[in-house]
Design a protein around this ligand. Structure first.
Ligand code: AMP
Ligand code: MG
Length: 361
């Protein structure tokens, strides 16, 4: 244990391995992998968000994930593999199209839902007979998975319902003292969770939009890809769909519609909140930002240009956490077009807003 402590600092009982330097990555990954093999929980960076990992072979460890996150037990976890060759170990009846997708997009932010092998514990899959699998595209995640020589179940490393973590500090803010370790690999590039795609029995259904778009999937397979309506259905095909997600502490109002009209409506709403003595957080595009300068008691965050939804998505969760840190009473957020990478961003904004969606006519 002493050797392990020599490689890490400790924050409230959680080991923090600085894995940003590729020269020292290997030894830190080996130390963290040893913790996973002992049934401990280890958070690690991926290209999407930070994950909270446990060995798929250790049901007790997997159960602890649900406990520390406060995650409903019917919300299944994604299994992370170090290489495509491990896929047949977890899934059966793998369709040819699944292999085509995995070969094209792995390592990468595409999660495939497949029939599970009988040994995969129900605690991982929320009791379903399917399993969600991906190979992450991040040197730290891959070093950890290779060193562990285990499939690793990992949801996002946050308290359930809070914005997903895109830095090791976000992980510690939610989970320090409740998990064994975090590998700090710096901020995540993509910043929103993977695209979840059900490919069982000839279907092609996006259960959760991510940075791999329906157009890319349809283009590769030369057929249409269905996008599941993201409703609060009682029995949705992906259990995670029925829970409110990604929410900051202050209520978030999402404004959708033609950008010029949205700006005017947001200004009106903002003035109402300010007149009541409230502090407001504003999340707006570069193109609209000028309309909101000059207000007092406003925290303005501009995640990027309307033309670059991927860049805005990368900054979304950090922005929501920043609003919490600045103690705003309300957040007013400008929506985006659901085209391309905008679909995933809009989905996360809608989830953060819950019922508070303002459609501007
Ligand atoms: P998270 O781990 O927090 O990124 O959430 C994982 C997402 O993948 C959740 O929305 C789950 O509902 C979805 N998911 C995981 N496993 C399955 C599965 N077997 N079938 C359908 N959706 C799944
Ligand atoms: Mg999550």
């Amino acid at each position: 244990m002493k050797a392990v402590f020599g490689l890490a600092i400790i924050v409230d009982g959680t080991l923090v391995f600085n894995a940003r330097d590729p020269v020292v990555l290997e030894e830190k990954a080996v130390a963290a992998a040893e913790l996973l093999r002992q049934g401990k929980l280890v958070a690690f960076p991926t290209e999407t968000v930070y994950g909270l990992g446990a060995s798929v072979r250790d049901e007790r460890a997997v159960s602890r994930i649900f406990e520390v996150k406060g995650r409903p037990v019917d919300n299944p976890l994604i299994v992370h593999l170090s290489d495509i060759s491990e896929l047949p170990g977890l899934a059966r009846n793998i369709p040819a199209e699944a292999w085509t997708l995995a070969r094209r997009f792995w390592p990468g932010p595409l999660t495939l839902v497949l029939e599970k092998k009988p040994w995969v514990p129900g605690v991982v899959t929320g009791g379903l007979d399917s399993v969600a699998v991906r190979v992450p595209d991040h040197p730290v995640a891959l070093a950890l998975l290779r060193a562990a020589e285990l499939p690793v179940a990992a949801p996002s490393a946050n308290i359930s319902g809070r914005p997903s973590p895109t830095t090791a500090d976000h992980v510690l803010a939610d989970l320090a003292g409740r998990i064994s370790a975090v590998l700090d690999g710096g901020p995540c590039d993509i910043g929103v969770e993977s695209t979840v795609l059900d490919v069982r029995g000839g279907c092609l259904r996006i259960l959760r939009p991510g940075s791999i778009t329906p157009q890319e999937i349809a283009g590769l397979l030369q057929r249409k890809c269905e996008i599941v309506e993201l409703s609060a259905d009682k029995n949705p095909p992906s259990p995670g769909l029925k829970y409110r997600h990604y929410a900051p502490r202050a209520p978030l109002y999402l404004f959708l519609g033609e950008p010029g009209k949205v700006t005017v409506k947001m200004q009106e709403e903002l003035e109402t909140w300010l007149s009541r003595g409230k502090k407001a957080g504003l999340l707006v595009t570069l193109e609209s930002a000028k309309a909101f300068s000059g207000y007092r008691n406003v925290e303005l965050i501009v995640p990027g240009s309307r033309d670059d939804p991927a860049a805005m998505a990368a900054r979304l969760y950090a922005a929501l956490r920043e609003f919490d840190a600045r103690r705003v009473d309300v957040i007013l957020a400008e929506g985006c077009s659901p085209k391309g990478a905008g679909l995933a961003l809009l989905n996360r904004l809608q989830k953060a807003a819950g019922e508070n969606i303002v459609q501007v006519e």
